[in-house]
Ligand binder design. Structure first.
Ligand SMILES: NC(=O)c1ccc[n+]([C@@H]2O[C@H](COP(=O)([O-])OP(=O)(O)OC[C@H]3O[C@@H](n4cnc5c(N)ncnc54)[C@H](O)[C@@H]3O)[C@@H](O)[C@H]2O)c1
Length: 339
């Protein structure tokens, strides 16, 4: 198996970026491992789970909450999971966030690894150690930063990924291009979702490039005092409207990125908004949307990125170069309500 190892502050993480779940038995001790997945993935890939202890959850963001954590913990106790057990989250970001969080609190912390099955989880959610749950409309309000032991990509899972989930994943890929990688932005402009979906090598190369962009950012700033904040491009407003309108994560941050481009025009001299919105549309993502700006601002005030009376907002100077600007909340209110 081809293994890449990346060091973080407290541990290192093994990446197996083009393998099969069949190889999992070489990475963990099968008898002491419990897989956590959701019904959609389990039903579409039942034979891949054969012979593994598996907890199957209901699918969806609405289950990324404390009662699900309690249910998993009760099942783990029943299954006899102990400090030597390893949890493996096989799923999208909901499953990886839940698995990493439960593994971090069960018996004060046990080992865990991820087999992400959505594009979004492969390039983003599974990387960086942030694991947590939602509280009401507040996304990821409770959680930890703790790295998995390993991440394994098995592209066979993507064969059953719904179209809307491909689009969600590409929102994060376009985000990476906007803040860090102008060359990849050009590559995305020249290609299409269809061609990535039909050519395994092309998507494998793109996913690896993106997984490594996020990995490098996190390695340099694991606890988000600097560069890691850039990964929040599109997320401040995106998170505020995501639960208000039951948008998917990708749709919400796509709209968030669109408006962040406009704020960038006002505050950091950005001049390429149309190129960004054209690319988002090309990959099936929404850009401009009617939303209740006052309500969005109210939710935004509870955002974790707010520090006292200022908000750390990610803007673009140009495509490929994101910057973090601290904007006084009073100014931000004016800007958002005038968008
Ligand atoms: N921890 C982080 O750093 C981080 C970063 C980004 C996003 N997230 C979180 O990730 C979550 C979103 O993740 P997501 O978009 O992967 O959503 P998800 O986990 O809800 O998966 C999306 C849908 O696709 C289904 N699915 C997953 N893989 C499939 C497959 N291979 N075949 C068929 N169906 C499949 C799921 O059952 C679900 O219905 C959000 O909760 C977000 O907060 C976390």
């Amino acid at each position: 198996m081809k293994k890449l190892t990346y060091k973080f502050s407290t541990t290192s993480v093994d990446y197996y970026l083009d393998e099969s779940i069949a190889q999992l038995k070489d990475v963990v001790d099968k008898t002491h491992t419990i897989i956590i997945t959701d019904e959609n993935i389990f039903n579409a890939h039942t034979k891949r789970f054969k012979g593994w202890n598996t907890i199957v959850l209901k699918a969806g963001e609405e289950f990324k909450i404390q009662p699900t954590v309690d249910t998993i913990i009760e099942e783990l106790i029943e299954m006899g999971a102990d400090r030597k057990s390893t949890l493996v989250g096989v799923g999208g970001g909901v499953i990886t966030d839940l698995t990493g969080y439960v593994a971090s609190v069960y018996m004060r912390g046990i080992k865990f690894g991820f087999i992400p099955t959505t594009v979004l989880a492969m390039v983003d959610a599974s990387i960086g150690g942030k694991n947590g749950i939602d509280v009401g409309v507040y996304k990821n309000m409770v959680g930890v930063i703790r790295q998995p032991s390993f991440i394994l990509h098995d592209f066979a899972f993507l064969k059953t990924l719904p179209q809307s989930e491909w689009e969600n994943g590409f929102a994060e890929i376009i985000k990476h291009a906007c803040i860090k990688d102008a060359a990849m932005f050009k590559q995305l402009e020249a290609s299409s979702l269809k061609s990535y979906q039909s050519k395994k090598n092309l998507v494998a190369e793109l996913i690896k490039r993106n997984a490594l962009i996020k990995t490098k950012v996190v390695q340099q700033d694991e606890f988000e005092s600097g560069d890691r904040k850039l990964l929040n491009f599109g997320h401040t407003l995106g998170h505020a409207i995501e639960n208000m309108y039951e948008l998917s994560h990708g749709q919400a941050i796509s709209i968030g990125m669109t408006y962040a481009c406009h704020i960038s025009e006002q505050l950091s001299g950005f001049k390429q908004t149309e190129k960004v919105t054209d690319l988002l549309s090309k990959y099936g993502l929404p850009t401009y949307a009617e939303f209740d700006k006052t309500k969005a601002f109210d939710i935004l005030q509870k955002d974790k990125k707010k520090v006292k009376s200022e908000m750390n907002y990610v803007l673009l100077e140009k495509i490929g170069k994101g910057v973090v600007k601290s904007i006084p909340m009073t100014d931000l209110k004016k800007i958002i309500t005038s968008l």
